[in-house]
Design a protein around this ligand. Structure first.
Ligand code: ZN
Length: 460
């Protein structure tokens, strides 16, 4: 009999970690860090809730750090087994882990200089060596190829349309089928192939990020076009905080399409201001096997749909700072998506006090982040220890999110031929989780469980 332990993303959207024990095997599905409030981030520093050396393997659904950022940490403390990913996820992690290591090292240096850490000296959460060690463990496996971990344990990746390389995982353990949804993407988003249906499952571990929300029925491209045109009309700057992998490339694709169709001025400058997002954009363009029809057709005609004369890729930090001297109209897409760090912060300091600016949120803002505070109407915020007035227009475009809304989640789960024996809702804040549970319970045959962190269940 297999046992599943929920070690993160229970009542929150980060820190995904699910430990499956079947026979003598221990496999960790997802290995993410907690993000958001200080309290959540503190949890990353606690001793791992399992012995890393005792794990046989780690399997990851997609590259986002809240699903992968804990791997270098356990690689540092004794884990040396294989880490299974899809090939595009491996390609993204080649950039993401070293980039994260660099940020952790900078944080530690800063903490030591300012002396605010409880640890003396403050050490990085993981460093470049740990990232390299973790990268050596990666075992890329194509979608739909079954991997046998032992006689009674196997898994397969399937496309889930969330970001490049994102998968849901079907696991066969002791004769039972368990599906880990990972993050479920929306249908009809640009660039990537559509999410595949989940197939049969005895047990389903389902995300619930937008479990209580419905994205607007309007085309996200139209809404984006309107927000940008209005801001450009008053010669303002549109600031778009975006996860460097996923949203940034989609937004760019939509903006370029609007320009090609002459619905936005062809010469409106668009800056992609994040080295990580630039590298990911290049990988998106090269990953031909993952492209949807429209992207394939454009690529075949020799058009790179996320590049063009008005698009400027900004890698250099000085070039990024120099954008502060420019006046609008222009669009700046920069990370981090929840305003928890990165170059977006210096843009905010410069642009938030300016009523001509539009701050346009296109992704989920989790509780405790600066993004959430501004979205909820804060008129003054503190950035790098400095008070900053919020005079900019603040808009939200959740329809551009990489996550399916409640309808999308129900539709995807509805692809199961029959309700599973149990469905475990994870990766959602309490209201979202409750709401999705309510909707599923109202359909006959669904048995919903909202696991607490640390809880263990037997998959009989
Ligand atoms: Zn994700």
């Amino acid at each position: 009999m297999a046992t599943l332990r929920f070690l993160g993303a229970c009542g929150t959207v980060t820190g995904s970690k699910f430990l499956l024990e079947a026979g003598s095997r221990r496999v960790l599905f997802e290995c993410g860090i907690f993000q958001g409030s200080r309290e959540l981030k503190e949890k990353n520093w606690a001793a791992p809730p399992f012995d890393p050396a005792s794990l046989d393997a780690v399997v990851l659904t997609h590259a986002h750090i809240d699903h992968t950022g804990y791997v270098p940490r356990i690689a540092k403390s004794g884990f040396g087994g294989p880490v299974y990913v899809t090939p595009p996820t491996g390609g993204l992690l080649d950039y993401l882990w070293p980039d994260a290591a660099h940020l952790h090292e900078e944080d530690a240096t800063y903490a030591n200089r300012k002396g605010y850490s409880r640890h003396r000296p403050a050490l990085p959460f993981f460093d470049a060596d740990d990232a390299r060690r973790a990268l050596r463990l990666l075992r890329p496996v194509p979608f739909h190829e079954r991997v046998e971990l032992s006689g009674n344990l196997a898994f397969t990746f399937h496309r889930v349309g969330h970001i490049l390389g994102a998968a849901f995982i079907t696991v066969e353990a002791d004769g039972k089928r368990i599906v880990f949804s990972g993050d479920v993407g929306q249908r009809d988003v640009p660039i990537l192939k559509e999410p595949e249906p989940p197939g049969a499952a005895d047990y389903l571990v389902l995300e619930s990020t937008y479990g209580d929300r419905l994205h607007s029925g309007e085309s996200p491209r139209e809404e984006l076009g309107r927000a940008v045109a209005e801001t450009a009309g008053r010669r303002g700057v549109v600031l778009i905080p975006a996860f460097a992998v996923g949203r940034a490339q989609d937004v760019l694709y939509h903006l370029r399409t609007l320009q090609r169709e002459s619905r936005l001025a062809e010469d409106l400058p668009i800056y992609l201001d994040s080295p990580m997002a630039v590298s990911a954009a290049e990988l998106y363009c090269r990953s031909l096997s993952e492209h949807d029809l429209e992207m394939t057709e454009l690529t075949d005609r020799g058009l790179c749909p996320i590049d063009g004369p008005s698009v400027h890729f900004v890698r250099d930090g000085r070039e990024s700072k120099a954008l502060n001297d420019r006046t609008g109209p222009m669009v700046v897409i920069s990370a981090s998506g929840m305003l928890s760090g990165g170059r977006i912060l210096h843009h905010l300091k410069r642009r938030l006090p300016d009523p001509q600016t539009t701050l346009l949120f296109v992704g989920f803002q989790s509780a405790g982040t600066l993004g959430r505070r501004i979205l909820e109407g804060a008129r003054e915020v503190v950035i790098h220890g400095q008070q900053v007035q919020v005079e900019a227009e603040v808009r939200e475009l959740p329809a551009l999110s990489a996550h399916a809304d409640q309808r999308g989640l129900l539709q995807w789960a509805g692809g199961l031929p029959a309700p599973p024996r149990a469905t475990y809702l994870v990766h959602g804040e309490p209201a979202a989780r409750e709401s999705l549970a309510g909707e599923l319970r109202s359909q006959s045959g669904w048995n919903l469980v909202l696991p607490e962190e640390g809880e263990s269940v037997e998959l009989k």
